[in-house]
Design a protein around this ligand. Structure first.
Ligand code: BG6
Length: 500
């Protein structure tokens, strides 16, 4: 599905980490699969480099991060002919004037209109001024699209202010707010699973579902992002966006069509229905944690407070567990337990839907040593797939039951390698499809849920940090949060590297 409208993809921060790890490899792969239009340019913007410097940077990026491995000489020669570069300060009007001149030059001689994408891979503090300068330079016309990386604001107030300001320069339908989880294949598959199959939808509700768990655990710490993370924390970095979006995918009502606004309206309905957490009962619903030193996969790792560019007395949370309710007919009183953290025992993003036990137990207790109600697990990563846990009769003369899994495994079912999330998202921007992007009202309601928690935490910094060891499953209080309801976090296998 090659795009037809010619395009210029301008990256603010082309010499940055996101550009290197994700954007340039994604653009290369789209080009490789003949999905980019025949006429396209990638205009890199950075500080203190040259076109040659950018070209070298792009080559190193592809060599290291492209999912296809190192490009051949021929591929590289063809692809690199599309690269352009401008150097300057992103706030400086002269840079924006130069972008205008350069893009006009590139578009010369074609009668069809060009799409101009401006990808802001920059610190959040620059978003507003860049949008304003683009507008002033005449770069916010009907074919111009602004792409913004998260975080979109720091809380409800700043997000609202930022949004109001951006709408002075770009219309809502030309602003693409990225939440890269929405570009993941397995996350999009939740829509297919729920709404292209009739089987589960009739029981996808409170009468049959006991609770839902969403875990996004990471083995990595903050790596080189200490400075950013100190001002963010897990609630802003992961819950406000990725985990709440996963919750929306599970809890939303069936959309009437795949129309971008229709899908997003249904998600907004979920966010609006989230029951506010009473500030004086925060401890019953939310747990925060920070990792101390420990072992991850057998390797000694330092604690958060010892990481580079982190305050040795930091009160920033690297772990959050949270219980939410969706107040509507479908989900009333069904708890949604969310947890995410850095430096945990294993990397996993999973959603598990725990069904209720059968209404009447006709099998005597002795037929099943370990009776477990049905559970459906959506594995977002790694080992993508869906597993349904069922009870089955063990072979033999006697009626004896055992828990077994029915598995759908992506790798086994599909041979084609799935695109990376950023490939999907960049393609969608060029195609002007906003389905997988955050609309301003989604941001608004997501911030409405987390801002009271942020405020309460700011007013009372935690006294017990660090409260979990690197390589564990988080603080004990997270176990207690769910145990108080008579439930427990579903185990996630930890696969240790082979002994050397
Ligand atoms: C980003 C967060 O949005 O998502 C990072 O800023 C986090 O802190 C990352 O590591 C996780 O993404 P993924 O795709 O590796 O699960």
């Amino acid at each position: 599905m090659q795009l037809h409208e010619p395009a210029i993809i301008t990256i603010f921060g082309a010499l940055g980490d996101l550009s290197k790890r994700k954007l340039l490899p994604a653009l290369f792969n789209l080009w490789h699969e003949k999905m980019l239009p025949e006429q396209f340019y990638i205009l890199g913007l950075g500080r203190g480099s040259t076109l040659d410097g950018f070209v070298e940077y792009a080559r190193a990026s592809l060599n290291e991060f492209s999912r296809r491995g190192v490009p051949t000489e021929e591929e590289w020669t063809q692809f690199s002919a599309h690269l352009r570069y401008l150097d300057g300060s992103f706030e400086d009007p002269t840079l924006h004037a130069a972008i205008s001149t350069e893009t006009s030059e590139l578009m010369k001689g074609t009668s069809v209109p060009w799409v101009r994408m401006f990808y802001l891979s920059t610190p959040p503090s620059l978003i507003e001024v860049i949008a304003q300068q683009l507008h002033a330079a005449g770069l916010s016309g009907p074919k111009d699209r602004l792409v913004i990386e998260k975080p979109f604001g720091r809380d409800l107030e700043s997000a609202t202010k930022l949004n109001t300001s951006l709408l002075n320069y770009f219309d809502e339908d030309r602003i693409y707010r990225i939440d890269h989880y929405l570009g993941k294949e397995t996350v999009q598959n939740i829509l297919a699973f729920r709404f292209a199959n009739a089987m589960y939808e009739p029981i996808w509700k409170r009468g049959y579902i006991d609770h839902v768990q969403i875990t996004v655990s990471e083995e990595v710490g903050v790596e080189t992002r200490g400075k950013f993370y100190e001002s963010a924390g897990a609630l802003r970095d992961m819950i406000q966006n990725h985990l709440l979006q996963l919750l929306c995918m599970v809890a939303m009502e069936p959309p009437i069509s795949l129309d971008a606004d229709e899908v997003r309206n249904k998600k907004v309905d979920v966010l609006k229905a989230l029951r506010p957490i009473p500030p004086d009962e925060l401890y019953r619903f939310v747990v925060r944690g920070q990792y101390g030193p420990g072992y991850v996969k057998g390797q000694v790792v330092r604690g958060y407070r010892q990481e580079d560019n982190v305050d040795p007395n930091s009160s920033t949370e690297t772990f959050v567990a949270l219980k939410l309710y969706v107040d509507n007919w479908r989900w009333q009183d069904v708890p949604f337990y969310l947890r995410t953290g850095k430096r945990m025992a294993a990397k996993a993003s999973k959603i598990s839907i725990q069904f209720r036990p059968v209404p009447h137990q006709m099998f005597p207790e002795k037929t099943s040593d370990h009776w477990e109600p049905n559970r459906l697990t959506i594995n977002i990563q790694p080992e993508e797939g869906i597993t349904v846990r069922i009870q089955a009769k063990q072979p033999g003369q006697k009626m004896k039951l055992r828990t077994v899994n029915m598995d759908f495994d992506y790798d086994l079912s599909f041979t084609a390698e799935p695109p990376e999330a950023y490939e999907t998202l960049l393609y969608d921007v060029l195609e002007a499809d906003g389905t997988l992007f955050m609309r301003s009202d989604q941001e608004h309601y997501a911030w409405s849920v987390v801002t009271p928690i942020l405020e309460a935490w700011e007013n009372s910094p935690s006294q017990d940090f660090p409260n979990y060891a690197a390589g564990s499953w988080g603080p004990e209080a997270a176990e207690a949060l769910i145990a108080r309801d008579g439930r427990s976090w579903h185990a996630i296998p930890v696969i240790l590297p082979p002994a050397t």
